[in-house]
Design a protein around this ligand. Structure first.
Ligand code: PLP
Length: 358
């Protein structure tokens, strides 16, 4: 069965020597390797202020903490996502207020965000679902006019861009995940991009109990209690090695995604339209059909895994709300996903052929 997601691990002969070296180096905590990984990420994202952490979830929680979000506040978010987008909001004590999504992409709807903003709204969390990029021009316009910051959840969207820049460049906060099945895995790990250096140094303390790593323990003074969210040198070593294999790995999602975009021609199958000035990252390939169960069964009978993968988050007891979400209802009636990553290399033509024969 061709899977929807699969971890990519660099070849043994490249990964094992560097891994062995760090493991027996006498230093495996957060150190030089983390710094190196961060400086490579600074080049990749063309941004100055970022920090690695031990998960995308930790990065989200830090972003919300930096914004001072807590009980009594509201955060606008989407139910079409993986749960950590919303459990981290829950952790702060703030209320998750679901905006509706565009029924053709599953991406958070800018007009619905505008409707949900109240005096208690402290942030808008935007998920670039399945690697498609949300309507950022509109969302930034709303954010500016209402004075509500944007937190981008780019866990599905490594390499995607808006207006010529990698996602995160224009936002107050953006997070990425290096979890097992994301585009680039450090086994577990995450990244927080922030747009100013004060937030960055505060976040660097908050990821390590509130201690400042740049001065000695004895001289340290915790002025704000933090978490244990730092990345260690072992995970960073894997990340550095993964970056060397970017073409072999992350780039393949884009190559296969574009081949699917161009190759799918079947009146019974619709593919989403991407927003202007955006380049999607194709973490999952999204397809819209009338009969989702029938299509999934057809694909699986041909050895291709197809599924919705995520449960709509508003169906979880803790996130239940009475807000109407017709776009979410409609999207869930019609969407499914297939895989798009490097493991499709040999099979991409076959996958297109099977879709076109449906
Ligand atoms: C994976 C994921 C996260 C969290 O990342 P972890 O590294 O697993 O903590 C957050 N948001 C979305 C949409 C994700 O898919």
């Amino acid at each position: 069965m061709i899977p929807i997601v699969k971890p990519y691990i660099p070849p043994k002969e490249d990964l094992m020597p560097v891994l062995e070296e760090v493991l027996y180096s006498g230093y495996i905590a957060q150190g030089e390797k983390v710094e190196q990984f961060e400086s490579e990420l600074i080049n990749f994202f063309e941004t100055k202020n970022l920090l690695t952490v031990n998960s995308g979830t930790a990065a989200l929680h830090l972003a919300l903490t930096l914004l001072g979000i807590g009980p009594g506040d509201e955060v606008i978010s989407t139910p079409v996502t993986a749960e950590p987008t919303n459990t981290t909001i829950g952790l702060t004590g703030a209320k998750v207020v679901f905006a509706d999504v565009e029924s053709s992409t599953g991406l958070i709807s800018a007009s619905s965000i505008l409707q949900r903003i109240t005096s208690r709204t402290k942030a808008i969390v935007v998920v670039h679902y399945a690697g498609m990029v949300a309507d950022m021009s509109e969302i930034y316009r709303i954010s500016r006019s209402k004075g509500v910051p944007v937190v981008e959840d780019c866990a599905h969207a490594l390499g995607a861009s808006y207006s010529e820049k990698k996602l995160g460049y224009y936002s107050d906060f953006a997070i990425y995940s290096f979890q097992a099945i994301k585009h680039l895995t450090t086994i577990d790990g995450g990244l927080l991009i922030v747009n100013n250096s004060q937030d960055c140094s505060r976040a660097k303390k908050l990821r390590w109990f509130g201690l400042d790593k740049t001065i000695s323990r004895a001289q340290n003074n915790i002025s704000e209690v933090g978490f244990k969210y730092h990345m260690n040198d072992v995970n960073a070593t894997i990340g550095l090695c993964q970056l060397k294999f970017y073409q072999n790995n992350v780039q393949k999602y884009f190559d296969h995604g574009r081949l699917l975009d161009q190759g799918i021609a079947n009146p019974k199958v619709t593919i989403p339209e991407y927003h202007r000035s955006t380049v999607p990252a194709y973490w999952l390939y999204t397809i819209l059909v009338d009969d989702v169960e029938g299509f999934n069964a057809y694909m699986m009978s041909h050895g291709i895994m197809a599924s919705q993968l995520h449960k709509r988050n508003d169906l979880h007891e803790v996130f239940k709300s009475s807000l109407e979400l017709p776009g979410v209802d409609e999207f869930y009636r019609h969407f499914t996903h297939i895989g798009c990553g490097p493991w499709l290399e040999e099979d991409i033509d076959y996958v297109i052929e099977i879709i076109n024969k449906y």
